[in-house]
Design a protein around this ligand. Structure first.
Ligand SMILES: [Zn+2]
Length: 240
C-alpha cells in the first residue's frame, strides 16, 4: 500500500480536506497548505473541489479519484455541491470548526492509523441544518470561526488548537433530539429514501422552504441503523 495511504484511514463519511489535513499533520506540517504546496497542488483548491488538485491528491495516495469522492465538496461562487446535492453558502459552514466532541474522543480510541491523528471531520458536520450527532444524540459544538485564511479548511490544525478543551466540551455537551429537517437533510445527503414531495426540489430550496415558511416534512425519521449503514459501506453515489 502507498505509504501515505497507509498512514491514516480515509473514512467514507470524512471530508477530503479533513483527510488531507490529518495526513499533513501526521507528517509534521503545522498547516496542510505547506504540505500541499510541497507536493505541487493547492490545499485550498482541494478543499473547494478543483479537479486538478483533487486528482493530484488522489495520485499522491495512489488511488483512483472515485475512492475519495464521497468526501468531496465542489464550490463555485456561492454554491457548494456534495453527495450529488446543491447547497448555497448559508447552508455550509467552512471556516469554523464544528464537531461532536464525543465522536472526536472516540476516534482516537480506534485502531485506524497513526495515534494522535485518528480524529476526523465528518462531511455532514459542515452542513448547517444538521445540528445533532446522530450517534450520540448531542448538539454539535462550533468553535469560533477563524479569520486567518490558512486555517479555513484545515481540520487538524483547528482541532489541535482546541484539543485541550475536548473533555470539557464533551462533559458540557447538551442532549438534543434531531428535528425533522436535520433527519431529512441527512437522508438526502446520504442517498437514503426521504419520502417527501420536497425531494422534487433542489435540497437548498427544500431546506429554505422548511426553515423560512415552516413547511412541514411529511416523513418518519429513518431508524438509526439505516442511516449509518450506507456511510460505512461506501454506497454513496459520487458527487457530480
Ligand atoms: Zn458524536
Amino acid at each position: 500500500m502507498n505509504r501515505l495511504r497507509g498512514l491514516l484511514t480515509f473514512h467514507t463519511d470524512e471530508s477530503i480536506a479533513s483527510y488531507c489535513s490529518r495526513i499533513a499533520g501526521a507528517l509534521g506540517h503545522v498547516h496542510a497548505q505547506y504540505f500541499c504546496s510541497k507536493q505541487h497542488f493547492s490545499f485550498h483548491g482541494l478543499a473547494v473541489g478543483r479537479p486538478g488538485d483533487f486528482s493530484a491528491f488522489a495520485q499522491l495516495l495512489g488511488v483512483e479519484d472515485v475512492e475519495l469522492s464521497s468526501g468531496l465538496i465542489v464550490t463555485e461562487g456561492h454554491w457548494h455541491r456534495l453527495r450529488g446535492q446543491t447547497l448555497d453558502r448559508t447552508l455550509v459552514i467552512r471556516n469554523a470548526l464544528r464537531i461532536c466532541p464525543h465522536c472526536i474522543l472516540d476516534d482516537e480510541t480506534r485502531p485506524f492509523g497513526r495515534a494522535g491523528f485518528r480524529a476526523f471531520g465528518r462531511l455532514l458536520w459542515l452542513v448547517e441544518p444538521i445540528r445533532v450527532c446522530e450517534r450520540h444524540g448531542t448538539k454539535l459544538v462550533t468553535a469560533p470561526p477563524t479569520s486567518l485564511p490558512i486555517w479555513t479548511h484545515d481540520f487538524w490544525a483547528k482541532l489541535s488548537a482546541i484539543r485541550h478543551e475536548l473533555e470539557s466540551f464533551a462533559s458540557q455537551s447538551r442532549s438534543m433530539r434531531r428535528d425533522d429537517l436535520d433527519t431529512y437533510t441527512t437522508a438526502r445527503l446520504s442517498g437514503l429514501p426521504a419520502p417527501s414531495w420536497l425531494n422534487d426540489l433542489p435540497l437548498y430550496v427544500a431546506i429554505h422552504l422548511v426553515e423560512m415558511v415552516g413547511v412541514p416534512i411529511p416523513m418518519k425519521p429513518p431508524h438509526c441503523s439505516e442511516m449509518i449503514a450506507p456511510l460505512d459501506s461506501g454506497m454513496i453515489s459520487p458527487p457530480v
